[in-house]
Design a protein. Sequence first.
Length: 276
Amino acid sequence: MDALQKVYAFYESCGGEKRVIGRSVCGQPIVALFVGEKGYPQLIVQYAIHAREWVTALLAPEHIRRGVPRGGCWFLPCTNPDGAALALRSEAFLQTLPRERAEWLRRIGRGGFRLWKANANAVDLNVNFDADWGRGVQNVRAPAPENYIGAAPFSEPETRALRDFTLEVSPDATVSYHTKGEEIYWHYGQTGEREARDGALAEALARATGYAARRIAGSCGGYKDWCIQACGIPAFTIEAGRENAGHPLGEAELPQLLGANADVPAVLSEELWKTR
């Protein structure tokens, strides 16, 4: 059983409120599970939007078990199920697809799929959000294993699903899990009170994880960026795992990832509660 299968088996075993918030290019469900209560604060934590970063999905079960001390949290264990399946199963997954799509993906990913970041349209989902779309320094304009921005903002069913679900839930903060580097990105043009608020939350997460809270320049079009710019809420990208570990991080790294990140949703929930 690979990591994606483990996460979906855990999801199916859970009680509580569950949702299929949308479907991937290839029709796989994008699932969400709610833990807690509907009062303040409300969080969204999403994992594995980049295919090769599938190991982050394995953080979700522990986060779900621990829950949050205040309010509630929606956990989205894998927002790029096609990409994760490609990175994990390669040819076995391609053989389940229509022949034309499988052959096209083989051409795009001719070096193999272990380092694939994109979805099944070869779009990098974390540069497909409408937040200064297409202005990133590493953006590319044609289908590729990584960094292709897509034909337009929200061109992909996965990003549309995440956008629509976020607008429906109207969370008070979001967290996006990536690998690697042991850093927390939190800034995207905030000023004044919002900058002070979000920076303080980032520092609390930094203390909880041992990671560094950092600003990043030249990156845009991500889920964090859109949440900050369009929704006006604190949003965090957590780059979990050691910088000197090679891509893709495997399950052998999971104990270290859990050791640093197990309390993140709970800490963010508690810190937001203090600001109410």
